[in-house]
Design a protein around this ligand. Sequence first.
Ligand code: HEC
Ligand code: HEC
Length: 302
Amino acid sequence: MKKFLKWIGIILAALSGLIILALAVIYFQTESRLNRVYAAPVDTLPIPTDAASIEHGRRIFQYRGCEACHGEQLQGKIYLDDPALGQVIAGNLTRGEGGYGASFSDADWVRAIRYGVRPDGTPLLFMPSTEFYFLSDDDLADVIAYIKSVPPVDHVQPPSSLSLTGRAAMTLVPAITFIPAELIPMDAPRPVAPEAGVTAEYGEYLTLSCKVCHGLTMSGGLIPGFPSDWPPAPNLTWGAGSSLPAWEESDFIHFMRTGMRHGSQVDAKYMPWSSYKFMTDDELRSVWVYLQSLPPLEYGNR
Ligand code: HEC
Ligand code: HEC
């Protein structure tokens, strides 16, 4: 009996030793990913100061979802607060107390938005630069012009931090993109953005964010890495199981502005029409043209 208990003790000690070792490995691995210094390119974009460019930048800031995460006054907001993952803060972008506007150079803005890195080259968490990497020089310059034009707001927030279980998820769940900078082809030639116009190409440029939820092929399905109580994303191609072939262009524009579909409203928490409503009629038309140009796929071929 005594011998048996001794063996149980040895096994338990070995197991807890293994767990501690695994946690230590996860901690040090994630620490090195979080502290990696990226040699992101330094693109020099002339930042305009005229009212029309600033106004255009404001609209892009709204329909690309920056405002939803960073706040209407750009004062910063808590993006994620969950003990299982950690606390991630979308920063105050103004020149007020606690704001990055007081210290960021034009090059710092470009590197943060386009490449997802801080001024010291370490990566930002969850900031969707994988999408903003594709913004044209002109669009990005207008967004920065707008950010620089807003009144200062004093709002001091703590730095972002991940919990130990959040670090474990960062190691074990590749479907969640913790560090967008890891996915950005920093050395590749810059992608060429299409001219604005009611074309499928320009529509595709405006739908980069849709793909996170509706899938790379836009055929919808359950959204990987999202909470299980989320509704699945519908098929946006003209294939089997899509409701869009029965929609008119005007139904689509109305839906993207109001979330209203067949007389009931879709929650903007799931389908962010509260950001997309800032697109012009022509911009939404080009999205509609793009969706129709997609290969028709059956629902769920993400
Ligand atoms: C899904 C939410 C989300 C969206 C959309 C988003 N951001 Fe961020 N952004 C973040 C988070 C979170 C951070 C900070 C991450 C950290 O602390 O590691 C951040 C960081 C930044 C930073 C660096 C300063 C800081 O807060 O640490 C800038 C600049 C920035 N975002 C600008 C933008 C602009 C411009 C857009 C739109 C083109 C945008 N963001 C869209 C979440 C978002
Ligand atoms: C954050 C996730 C998310 C993003 C980003 C997103 N959608 Fe959605 N979308 C959804 C979900 C979820 C639904 C279904 C909501 C429901 O049924 O309650 C939906 C519904 C729709 C519908 C209604 C389709 C139908 O069959 O009823 C259309 C149209 C649509 N989205 C278009 C878009 C377009 C275009 C974009 C990008 C410009 C986009 N969505 C971006 C999650 C998203």
